[in-house]
Design a protein around this ligand. Structure first.
Ligand code: CS2
Ligand code: MG
Length: 409
């Protein structure tokens, strides 16, 4: 089953996406997501300039060999650009293999381990009133687990809170990457945030009761001791997880957080390999793996990572923001359905334009996602529609503290 073509498709229906389309001599095609928010063209170039020439003529059936070849023969390993490019190839080959077998990918990965995939949605607000409206809105949309993000008094813009609140019928679209020649600057003050957030969760619990699973994203902004303090302060509100509470390049930093709080911890959406997790998982410093198929090298390594995590009862919590394309989302859902140690799946619905370009068959009902039963991943890309939305430069914002110091966004 020789590969006869590999096309790198860049489109921007509302936001930028990079997709690899692999075609075999038998006319089978497979798709893979290679979208890296704010750095999209670097992965597109890595693919078209360096990887595509290596794919032509290869046997599409040898997925593991292709993965090892792209990872090891590059000499320069790991990192978001390399691993997003390899991921796209890996997903596309799994898509082809499942289509050739005439079954949805999850069947090839061992079949379904559950009826559906529990998802969480994003509620947010500049104040409690807006937040409660957004939470009610997401409950009406069918979400049964909700991530809570709010503004912080005295700060202009904060991660996770759209400039304009969601209105009826809208999905409260928060797209952090803003189109334009330069990134937007946001201000940050951790002490103001730490004073504000516990009160928000107290109010949410009072209004929505003790059962609703609540999540919060610290978005890499606290030092380990600040993260420990927040985790402890949130214990009375029984969070499902506190996410990215501290930049975790220094994995040992989580020991200090773990010492002080039992709030479950989720980390890893910016991680690209199992090695980013070794200490975190081996020492039980986290409870959920946040990597996505798109940024962690594909389905092949993501499944191995989850097998490693399973030994420590650590579960999946895959990243599913809108910069994970419908192709990346579908790949995540097939893996979510098949693995045993599934935890929860992030789900930010894409906008209508995106859904015109990417024809997807996965469903969301009563709080649960399902990848569908089409052969392969179950997503096709309408290249004619995609061509109508050329790439537009866009950057994620950055943060500065009050004294002008650059901070983690
Ligand atoms: C966030 C993302 O969804 C999340 O958990 O951390 O929205 C993240 O900011 C974006 O994916 C960055 O591209
Ligand atoms: Mg996050």
């Amino acid at each position: 089953m020789k590969i006869v073509a590999a096309d790198v498709l860049v489109t921007s229906p509302g936001r930028n996406f990079v997709t690899l389309k692999v075609t075999t001599e038998d006319g089978l095609t497979g798709l893979g997501d290679a979208t890296l928010n704010g750095r999209e063209l670097s992965v597109a170039s890595y693919l078209s300039d360096h990887v595509v020439p290596l794919l032509l003529g290869r046997d599409a059936r040898n997925i593991e060999d292709a993965w090892q070849f792209l990872y090891r023969s590059a000499y320069w390993r790991r990192g978001p650009v390399t691993m997003s490019a390899i991921s796209a190839v890996d997903s596309a080959l799994w898509d082809i293999k499942a289509k050739a077998a005439g079954m949805p990918l999850y069947q090839l990965l061992g079949g379904a381990s559950r009826r559906g995939i529990r998802a969480y949605g994003h509620a947010s607000g500049r104040d409690l009133e807006q937040l409660f409206d957004s939470m009610r809105h997401h409950l009406e949309l069918g979400f049964r687990a909700i991530r809570v993000q709010t503004s912080v008094p005295s700060l202009n813009a904060v991660y996770g809170v759209p400039a304009t609140p969601a209105t009826k019928g809208e999905n409260g679209h928060y797209e952090p990457a803003q189109r334009g020649p330069l990134p937007a600057e946001e201000d940050w003050d951790t002490r103001a945030y730490l004073r504000h957030i516990p009160g928000v969760f107290e109010a949410v619990r009072n209004a929505f009761g003790p059962e609703l699973p609540l999540l919060h994203d610290g978005h890499h902004r606290m030092t380990p001791i600040e993260a420990a303090r927040l985790g402890k302060a949130l214990e009375p509100y029984d969070l499902f997880w506190l996410e990215d509470c501290t930049p975790a390049e220094n994995q040992e930093a989580l020991r200090l957080v773990r010492q002080h709080t039992t709030t479950p911890l989720a980390i890893g959406e910016v991680f690209n390999t199992v090695w980013d997790y070794q200490t975190l998982i081996r020492e039980q410093l986290i409870d959920y793996v946040r990597s996505s198929v798109t940024h962690a090298g594909g389905i092949t390594p993501m499944r191995k990572l989850m097998d490693f995590a399973a030994q420590y009862q650590v579960k999946s919590g895959m990243h599913g923001a809108t910069d994970i394309s419908p192709v990346g989302m579908a790949a995540a859902l097939h893996l979510d359905l098949a693995i045993h140690n599934f935890g929860i799946q992030e789900y930010m619905p894409h906008n209508e334009l995106t859904n015109e370009v990417f024809r997807q068959t996965f469903t969301f009902q009563d709080g649960y996602l399902h990848p569908g039963d089409q052969p392969g991943l179950g997503v096709e890309l309408d290249e004619k529609a995609a061509a109508q939305f050329p790439y537009q430069a866009a950057y994620l914002p950055f943060s500065r503290l009050k004294d002008g110091t650059i901070h983690d966004w």
